[in-house]
Design a protein around this ligand. Structure first.
Ligand code: SAM
Length: 224
């Protein structure tokens, strides 16, 4: 695993086995803010007292930290993140050390990666890290709430097609509340058709850095 500087002063990781970066090389921080915070978290009503977020691919924890930084003042977040290959604390320390502007909640990261079960990170943010492949998850054994928002941050369909298949997406869709949002940087056609088949309404706002579209989908059918 290599740490790589991106154009906005933040870092990403390069996975040599997959030949893939964890984020856009134009800006890890900017991408995460644009896709998951601005088109995800901030699309939910700030009046909501409690929000349940599911993340696929905890990785560096950037999306989780930014969710703390940008949560509405009176909203409580319960954040569940599924990660097949957790990174070491040592690597993450080096990774964030190089950021020109660090997430404000960075000091919370050690608590997150050491969390056993649902952990209180602060009075408004609970967190659970689930070390598993999404496809191997025994959903009936997990005490999941109905999720209001999904950050789907898997590697690209060209590298990990199984993460974007109808069956894998069905597992996630079945964990969501009605009207829940599903947000991802990916805009691949087959993936969007799969979401439509699972009862989602699709919107495609522009991507970060003038790049192609991202996907914001709303679950409109109760049962898929
Ligand atoms: C594109 S990276 C993004 C990670 C993270 N959101 C971040 O900002 O650093 C994809 C992540 O998905 C994880 N992953 C790969 N296969 C997985 C699987 N089958 N189930 C769950 N997570 C997986 C990888 O280990 C990696 O951390």
């Amino acid at each position: 695993m290599k740490i790589i500087a991106t154009s906005d002063g933040s870092n990403t990781l390069f996975d040599e086995t997959l030949d893939e970066t964890y984020h856009s090389v134009h800006g890890a921080l900017g991408e995460s803010l644009h896709v998951y915070i601005n088109h995800g978290l901030k699309r939910l009503s700030p009046q909501l007292k409690s929000i349940n977020i599911l993340e696929i691919g905890f990785g560096t924890g950037l999306n989780a930290l930014l969710s703390i930084d940008h949560q509405a003042p009176n909203t409580k977040i319960n954040y569940y993140s599924i990660e097949a290959f957790p990174l070491s604390e040592e690597l993450l320390n080096t990774y964030y050390h190089g950021f020109s502007e660090k997430p404000k909640s960075l000091a919370d990261l050690p608590k997150m990666i050491q969390a056993q079960g649902l952990q209180t990170i602060n009075e408004h943010f609970n967190f659970k890290l689930i070390e598993s492949k999404l496809q191997d998850l025994n959903v009936s054994k997990q005490e999941f709430p109905n999720f209001d928002l999904v950050y789907y941050d898997a590697f690209a369909p060209s590298k990990q097609p199984e993460m974007w298949s109808l069956e894998t997406l069905r597992t996630v869709a079945n964990l969501l509340a009605e009207e829940a949002l599903f947000v991802t940087y990916c805009s691949q056609g087959q993936f969007k058709r799969n979401l439509k088949e699972l009862g989602f309404e699709i919107a495609c706002p522009p991507g970060p850095f003038g790049k192609r579209e991202i996907t914001v989908a709303k679950k409109i059918k109760a049962i898929v």
